[in-house]
Design a protein around this ligand. Structure first.
Ligand code: HEM
Length: 248
């Protein structure tokens, strides 16, 4: 004689009911990540997780090999973006206010925390991007098929230095003014178009409010926008080149 099936516990039936609804299935397109197939699906169907490869070679991410300098550079870029955004709430890019606003941000805010984080973060990012390039060079990771990504990297390096240099003028102190005077004078020696290049950089014939506004816009908008695009290409390319080169 067949025995009757014991009724399923209430919670388990409710769970089954919920996970069977159209709403649930439209959001979660895979089961619990307890099998390899589901783990892959979890990564591939999530907008944030899919930025990472599903599988990587263990050797390719050894700290000894990468020094994590590329990752650190990216992390510092995020720090700069966040602290820079907070600074934008206070800093006014005009000759009348710029200098005082920076003094206030450094002295009125406890430890001048946002300004110092932004400043030291910028120095650290310049150092880490050089170290990253050095490691890529020393491990021969610029060789085919990664030569294209090396070139994208060179553009990233230039953009990082430009971000650093455009930020230099913003405190509008003596150091900033003279550094930019020297820099733009040097660029004024560009063959053929020297005076035009200098004029475009200064926004007038000498350092003025126009220069400050121009460099501010480059620093907070144009250069970050361009660098993000190149970073996306850089990271995508690491994947398409077969992941990190890994120890030989
Ligand atoms: C804003 C600047 C940059 C960021 C955020 C960045 C980020 C990264 C990250 C996260 C990786 C993965 C491996 C790792 O962490 O070492 C990587 C790999 C790589 N980067 Fe960069 N990078 C930058 C600049 C550069 C520069 C200046 C170069 C060279 C001129 C370069 C060339 C490469 C190459 C060839 C790889 C592949 C390395 C391999 O397969 O072992 N990158 N980058």
């Amino acid at each position: 004689m067949a025995t009757a099936k014991p009724p399923e516990p209430f919670l388990s039936r409710t769970w089954d009911y919920i996970t069977d609804t159209q709403l649930w299935k439209s959001v979660f397109r895979h089961g619990v990540p307890s099998t390899n197939r589901n783990r892959v699906l979890v990564v591939m169907t999530n907008v944030f997780l899919h930025l990472h490869p599903v599988k990587i070679r263990k050797s390719g991410i050894r700290l000894k090999f990468t020094w994590c300098m590329g990752g650190l550079t990216f992390f510092l870029f995020l720090v700069e973006t966040f602290t820079g955004l907070l600074l934008m709430f206070y800093y006014r890019p005009t000759v009348a206010y710029a200098y005082m606003d920076i003094i206030d941000l450094a002295e009125q805010v406890p430890l001048g925390i946002m300004r110092e984080l932004h400043r030291w973060g910028a120095h650290a990012m310049v150092i880490s991007v050089w170290l990253h390039m050095f490691r890529v060079f020393m491990t021969g990771s610029y060789k085919p098929p990664r030569e294209f990504n090396w070139n994208v990297g060179v553009i990233l390096l230039v953009l990082t230095l430009l971000l650093s240099f455009t930020g230099y003028l913003l405190p509008w102190d003596q150091l900033a003014l003279w550094a930019v005077t020297v820099g733009t004078n040097m660029m004024g020696y560009t063959p053929v178009f020297g005076s035009q290049v200098k004029f475009v950089l200064l926004g007038s014939s000498e350092i003025s409010n126009d220069t400050l506004l121009r460099w501010y816009t480059l620093h907070v908008l144009l250069l970050p926008f361009v660098i993000v695009i190149f970073m996306a290409v850089h990271f995508w390319r690491v994947r398409k080149d077969g992941g990190l080169s890994g120890p030989l």
